[in-house]
Design a protein around this ligand. Structure first.
Ligand SMILES: Nc1ncnc2c1ncn2[C@@H]1O[C@H](COP(=O)(O)OP(=O)(O)OP(=O)(O)O)[C@@H](O)[C@H]1O
Ligand SMILES: [Mg+2]
Length: 291
């Protein structure tokens, strides 16, 4: 019989004894609420604490981690899929040694990859020899296929919300789809750009009330990041705020959030390796292709 995944078996045979990798997806209902800022600063804060962190730009439409960190990619995931670069070639070094994998700034959605490209992606990750203990995926906003795919493939889903009413309603819509249609039962809520402790409570409680009333989901409060001019200034200078302004209020918040995420459970055995993440990614992607 024709094997639709010709390279996959040989790719899997190359697997080294895997170390568990904690995979976090950072997502939101509405755009512009701070996903990339959160992903970048969580990654750099974890790296500063000695973790080996990879930051994957999962916003396949509007890739911008490289822009936020002032990095100039010469290769991206699209080149890997075309066989023009290895995954290793795409990795850029960010602050504190964070490994950044830029996205393709492009057109092709994960769900549109051919079986050979799927297999190539699994193989590319299985051949990555760098030690790694945390992978953070910065996704696009909303309920696009790639967002669902990345969220399902990750062990921990962080939904970023602000006090803007549309951010809350869009976050609810996203959580509803993740939960009802894709079986995600646990969500971490991160309140961004909050102006006071009362506002943080209000953001979280509003979301929790509706989500737990209408859905079979458990929301956990991950924490908050205050509205901070230093963060804006860091973005303008294409730096991570934890690196550029370590004593700023948002940098302090990111260190706390990173310490918390670092205590979250680690998957055991084969479920914890990177190839498992990529395999789930490509299989889920196939599953969410609209009929
Ligand atoms: N805590 C904060 N305090 C002040 N400004 C912030 C904060 N978080 C984010 N911002 C501002 O909001 C802008 C958008 O943030 P960011 O690009 O991280 O959002 P995003 O959710 O990734 O957007 P997109 O949906 O377009 O990918 C940043 O450029 C920054 O200026
Ligand atoms: Mg973004």
């Amino acid at each position: 019989m024709h094997d639709p995944y010709p390279n996959q078996a040989s790719g899997l045979r190359l697997l080294k004894p895997a170390q568990p990798v904690r995979v976090l997806a950072v997502t939101s209902g509405k755009g512009g609420v701070g996903k990339t800022s959160v992903s970048v600063n969580l990654a750099v804060a974890l790296a500063m604490a000695g973790r080996k962190v990879m930051l994957l730009d999962g916003d396949l439409g509007l890739a911008n981690i490289d822009v936020m960190l002032g990095l100039q990619p010469s290769c991206n995931l699209a080149h890997v899929l075309d066989g023009k670069c290895t995954l290793e070639d795409t990795v850029l070094e960010g602050p504190a040694g964070v490994m950044v994998v830029p996205a393709s700034s492009g057109k092709q959605h994960m769900a549109e990859l051919s079986p050979v490209q799927h297999a190539g992606l699994v193989q590319a990750f299985s051949e990555l020899s760098r030690p790694l203990d945390t992978l953070i995926v910065d996704t696009a906003a909303g309920i696009a296929g790639s967002v669902i795919t990345f969220s399902q493939a990750s062990q921990h889903v962080i939904v970023v919300v602000t006090n803007d009413p549309t951010s809350l309603t869009d976050a609810y819509a996203l959580i509803k789809v993740l939960n009802r249609d894709h079986g995600i039962r646990r969500i971490q809520v991160l309140a961004n750009m909050a102006r006071s402790a009362a506002e943080v409570r209000e953001i979280y409680e509003n979301l929790r009330r509706v989500a737990e009333k209408f859905l079979d989901v458990t929301l956990s409060f991950m924490g908050s990041v205050p509205e901070d001019e230093w963060l804006k200034r860091a973005v303008r200078h294409q730096r991570a705020v934890v690196d550029a302004y370590p004593n700023s209020p948002s940098a302090k918040a990111f260190h706390q959030l990173a310490a918390k995420a670092d205590r979250w459970s680690l998957p055991q055995g084969a479920r914890g390796n990177l190839e498992f993440f990529v395999e789930r990614l490509v299989h889920r992607a196939a599953a969410v292709i609209p009929a």
